[in-house]
Design a protein around this ligand. Structure first.
Ligand SMILES: CC(C)(COP(=O)(O)OP(=O)(O)OC[C@H]1O[C@@H](n2cnc3c(N)ncnc32)[C@H](O)[C@@H]1OP(=O)(O)O)[C@@H](O)C(=O)NCCC(=O)NCCS
Length: 200
C-alpha cells in the first residue's frame, strides 16, 4: 500500500491515522504548520501543509476541523485525497461517500445516503436512510441525523446534536452541542438549544 500523508497533526488527525492503519496503511506521516512539531501519536511530522508536493507518490487525507481550511487544502491536492471508513463503522451498501471524507468507528450510515466530499461522520454518529450530507460538512461525535435529512455544505452538527427526520439545514451553519433541530434551517448561523434556535 502507498504512503499516506495526513495534513493536520491534531486530535482529529490522530484518530484519522488510526483509521488509516486499520484499513491497511503501514507508512503514515503528517504535515502540519505548528513550529517544532516532530511527531503526532507516535508518527512523524515530515513538513508543513504546503510541502505536500514533495510527496509525489503518496495518498493524502486532510484532517483539519475547520471546514473552509479543509476545503481549501483538499482542493489544492487536485483529487489526491482518499476516503477512509473505519472497519467498525456500519455503512450500507447503498451509501456514496465522497472523496476525502471519513466515517469513524461506531458510526452507522443507513441506506441511500449520499455524503459529499471532505465530510466527517465522526465517532458513534448515526445518519439514517435517504440523507444528503453536504460537502465539507461535519456530523460530530454522537450526533444523530434521522431519515431524509439534508445537511448543507460546510455545516457542522455539534457533539450529541439531534436532527429530526425530513429536516433541511442550509450550508454554513453551526449546530451547537446537544441541540435538537426539529424544523428546517434556512439562514446560515449558529443554532443552539432544544428546540434549536438562532444564537444572536
Ligand atoms: C454553539 C457554540 C459553537 C457556541 O460557541 P460560542 O459562539 O463561543 O458561544 P458562547 O460560548 O459565547 O455562548 C453564547 C451563548 O450561547 C449559549 N450556548 C453556547 N453553546 C450552547 C449549546 N451547545 N447549547 C445551549 N446553549 C449554548 C451559552 O450558554 C451562551 O449563553 P448566554 O449568552 O446566555 O450566556 C459552542 O458552544 C458549541 O456548542 N460547540 C460545539 C462543539 C462541538 O460539538 N465539538 C465537536 C467536536 S467532534
Amino acid at each position: 500500500m502507498r504512503r499516506l500523508i495526513i495534513i493536520g497533526a491534531g486530535g482529529h488527525g490522530k484518530v484519522v491515522a488510526d483509521i488509516a492503519m486499520r484499513v491497511g496503511y503501514r507508512d503514515v506521516a503528517f504535515l502540519d504548520d505548528a513550529e517544532g512539531l516532530a511527531e503526532c501519536a507516535g508518527l512523524p511530522v515530515v513538513g508543513r501543509a504546503s510541502d505536500w508536493g514533495s510527496f509525489p507518490d503518496a495518498d493524502f487525507f486532510v484532517a483539519i476541523g475547520d471546514a473552509r481550511a479543509r476545503e481549501r487544502i483538499q482542493r489544492g491536492l487536485g483529487g489526491r485525497a482518499v476516503t477512509l471508513v473505519h472497519p467498525a463503522a456500519s455503512v450500507s451498501r447503498r451509501v456514496e461517500v465522497g472523496r476525502g471524507s471519513v466515517v469513524m468507528a461506531g458510526a452507522i450510515v443507513n441506506s441511500d445516503v449520499r455524503i459529499g466530499e471532505g465530510a466527517i461522520v465522526n465517532t458513534g454518529a448515526t445518519v439514517d436512510h435517504d440523507c444528503r450530507i453536504g460537502r465539507f460538512a461535519h456530523v460530530s461525535v454522537g450526533s444523530h441525523v434521522a431519515g431524509a435529512v439534508t445537511v448543507g455544505d460546510g455545516t457542522w452538527l455539534g457533539v450529541g446534536s439531534v436532527v429530526s427526520n425530513n429536516v433541511s439545514i442550509c450550508g454554513g451553519c453551526m449546530v451547537g452541542a446537544g441541540a435538537v433541530v426539529i424544523g428546517d434551517i434556512k439562514e446560515p448561523g449558529t443554532y443552539v438549544g432544544v428546540p434549536a434556535r438562532l444564537l444572536r
